[in-house]
Design a binder for this molecule. Structure first.
Ligand code: ATP
Ligand code: LTN
Length: 334
C-alpha cells in the first residue's frame, strides 16, 4: 500500500450524519487527491468524546462513517481508512505534544470558543487540548498535505507551529504539513442561516443536507432555503443565501461563479433552488447506492477495519518511537 509518494492525512468526527458541507469541503477533495498520495483517512473517534456521546450511538456512527468513506469512492484496499481509537500512537504522541503547546495558543482557537459556548455544562480539558490531538494525528504520519474545510485552517496553522517548535529543539523529526483547500466548497453555509456554516450537529434538520437524504428531502430543503427579497441572482456577500446556493452549484459542477450567474440570469429563486437540488441529488445518488450495498458487505468492512488498523499502527509507530527517543525516554528492551 505504501506508495513511493507523498502522504495525505485527513479525518472527520463521528458526531452526526455527514452533510453536504463535509462532502464538498473535504470528501470531494479526498477523492480527487487519492490517486496522487499515500492516503490515511481517519474516523477520529477520540475527538468525538470531547462532547458527550451515547456509547452505542458513537460505535454505530463511527462504523457508518467508515462505510461512507468507502461509499464515496475511497477504496479501503488502496487507502488506509481506519479508526483513530485502534492506533494508540495518536494518544501517546498527543501527550508529548501537549508539553510543547502553550495555553495561550489553545485559548485563541475559535472552535474551542464556539464549542464551549455550545456545551457550557461540559467544558472539559479534552475540548481544550483537541487541537493537540489533531496535530498528533497529522504529524504521526509525516503528512505532507491535509485536505480540510476553511474552519480547520487555524488548527492546521497550530499543527505547523508545534511541528516547527519541536523540530527546532530536536532536529528534523516532523514533516511540516500544508493545508489543501479545494477551488470551491471550502465553506458551505447553513440553508436556514447562511451566515453560519452548515454543520452535522445543527439542531435544525432543514439547515443541512445529509449525504443519505433522499431526493425529495433534498429538493424540499433547498426549496425552503433562506434567501432574500432582492429578486436578483448575483454572487455577492450582501446576498449570502443566494451566494451559498451558487457556491454549492459550482462545487458540484466545477463551474465558476460568473458562469453560474450567467446561466441563471433573469430566472427566479425557485428555479435556482430546484436546479441546485437536482444537481446535488444527482451527485449523491451513486454514493447512496453504494452505501446500501455496503450494508450487506459486513465481512469485507470488518476485514478492512482490521487490516487498515494494523497498517496505520505500524506506520505510526515509526514516528512515535523516534519522538520518544528524541525527548529522552529510555530505550525499550523487549
Ligand atoms: P460538528 O458539527 O460535529 O462540529 P462538522 O460538520 O463541522 O461537525 P467535522 O467533522 O468537524 O464536521 O469536519 C469534517 C471535515 O468537513 C473538515 O475538513 C471540515 O473542515 C469540513 N467541513 C465541515 N463543515 C463544512 C462546511 N460547512 N463547509 C465546508 N467544509 C466543511
Ligand atoms: N478537527 C477536525 C477533524 C480532525 C482532522 C484531523 C482533520 C481531527 N483530526 C486531522 C484533518 C486532519 C474537525 O473538527 N473537522
Amino acid at each position: 500500500m505504501i506508495k513511493d509518494e507523498k502522504i495525505l492525512f485527513s479525518g472527520m468526527q463521528a458526531t452526526g450524519n455527514l452533510t453536504l458541507g463535509n462532502y464538498l469541503g473535504a470528501l470531494k477533495n479526498w477523492l480527487a487527491l487519492a490517486g496522487e498520495y499515500t492516503c490515511f483517512y481517519c474516523v477520529v473517534d477520540l475527538h468525538s468524546i470531547t462532547v458527550r456521546q451515547d456509547p452505542a450511538e458513537l460505535r454505530k456512527r463511527a462504523r457508518n462513517l467508515f462505510a461512507l468513506y468507502v461509499a464515496a469512492g475511497l477504496d479501503p484496499e488502496e487507502n488506509c481508512i481506519y479508526y483513530q481509537s485502534h492506533v494508540s500512537g495518536h494518544a501517546e504522541l498527543a501527550w508529548i505534544l501537549n508539553c510543547f503547546t502553550y495555553m495561550g495558543e489553545l485559548n485563541r482557537m475559535t472552535q474551542f470558543k464556539d464549542k464551549s459556548a455550545k456545551h457550557a455544562d461540559n467544558i472539559n480539558a479534552g475540548l481544550f487540548t483537541y487541537p493537540v490531538l489533531m496535530a498528533a494525528d497529522i504529524l504521526l504520519y509525516q503528512t505532507d498535505v491535509v485536505p480540510v474545510g476553511i474552519d480547520q485552517m487555524q488548527h492546521l496553522e497550530l499543527t505547523r507551529d508545534i511541528a516547527q517548535r519541536f523540530n527546532a529543539i530536536y532536529g528534523d523529526v516532523f514533516t511540516i504539513p500544508e493545508a489543501y483547500l479545494g477551488k470551491s466548497g471550502a465553506k458551505i453555509m447553513s440553508l436556514q442561516n447562511p451566515e453560519k456554516k452548515m454543520s452535522k450537529s445543527d439542531e435544525n434538520p432543514n439547515a443541512s443536507i445529509f449525504l443519505l437524504d433522499d431526493k425529495d428531502t433534498i429538493l424540499r430543503k433547498f426549496k425552503r432555503a433562506v434567501t432574500d427579497s432582492e429578486a436578483v441572482i448575483a454572487y455577492r456577500d450582501e446576498q449570502p443565501g443566494i451566494k451559498n446556493l451558487l457556491d454549492i452549484y459550482c462545487a458540484c459542477t466545477g463551474k465558476m461563479p460568473e458562469e453560474a450567474v450567467a446561466e441563471f440570469s433573469g430566472k427566479g429563486y425557485g428555479e435556482l433552488k430546484s436546479a441546485v437540488g437536482e444537481t446535488v441529488a444527482d451527485l449523491l445518488a451513486p454514493l447512496q447506492k453504494r452505501h446500501v450495498e455496503l450494508l450487506t458487505e459486513k465481512d469485507y468492512i470488518d476485514r478492512m477495519i482490521k487490516e487498515n488498523a494494523q497498517k496505520a499502527d505500524s506506520y505510526a509507530l515509526k514516528t512515535l518511537r523516534k519522538v520518544q527517543k528524541k525527548v529522552g525516554f529510555p530505550e525499550r528492551v523487549r
